[in-house]
Ligand binder design. Structure first.
Ligand code: CA
Ligand code: CA
Ligand code: CA
Length: 208
């Protein structure tokens, strides 16, 4: 509860600050994602100005006591999942279509080895700083995985198939510390599949 109150007071302080310091009242009130938090305040509380539910837990940023913590709960039971996590990239990404370096982002390669499609696959990931106490977590329903198929999922700012929006104000993008990513893949009736990946110290880099 302590953390919830802290976050809510941060939101409140950010809203007040936006009203006080902005030279233009109109621009300070611009709220691109209509979540009740002005664009100018979203970076102060590390939320996404273009996503009303930054962490994907179903609660709007303004009402969410922890807007960058999707509160992942480990599932138990179910049958063994035919999904495997083949690869995870968190830095030194490469765009094989354009044949050049791509900005650092989370990229996950999933393999459905089964002979049935799996519906409503949920990918959750936690980012934990290895130098500070900071941690965040996000959850995404990525849709279906076809039978006997491989899918590459990108979390970035690109729209299109296989791309899901990442928070531009997350510690991944704004904090230089080394980080540990923990990734979970869930689907109804199946056991959770998990893995971890470490990112070296240094900020997320833009493509060369
Ligand atoms: Ca907003
Ligand atoms: Ca938002
Ligand atoms: Ca939320």
């Amino acid at each position: 509860m302590k953390q919830s109150k802290t976050t809510l007071s941060l939101i409140s302080a950010a809203l007040t600050l936006a009203l006080v310091v902005s030279p233009s009242h109109a621009s300070s009130q611009k709220d691109s994602d209509s979540d009740g938090i002005p664009d100018s305040s979203e970076s102060l509380i590390h939320t996404d100005p273009l996503n009303a539910d930054t962490d994907g837990d179903g609660v709007n940023d303004l009402k969410d006591a922890k807007p960058v913590n999707a509160n992942y709960v480990t599932k138990s039971g179910g049958k063994p999942s035919p999904v495997s996590i083949k690869d995870v990239l968190v830095e030194d990404n490469y765009d094989y279509i354009k044949r050049k370096d791509a900005p650092d982002h989370l990229e996950i390669v999933l393999n459905n080895t089964g002979n049935e499609a799996i519906n409503n696959v949920v990918v959750s990931y936690q980012i934990k700083s290895l130098d500070t106490d900071a941690q965040e977590s996000y959850s995404y329903n990525i849709g279906n995985l076809k039978a006997s198929s491989t899918a590459t999922i990108h979390f970035d700012d690109i729209t299109g198939g296989g791309h899901f929006r990442a928070n531009p104000n997350s510690i991944y993008k704004t904090d230089q510390s080394a980080k540990l990513f923990t990734i979970h893949v869930d689907a109804d009736g199946y056991q959770t599949v998990s893995t971890t990946k470490k990112k070296d110290k240094g900020g997320a880099e833009q493509a060369d």
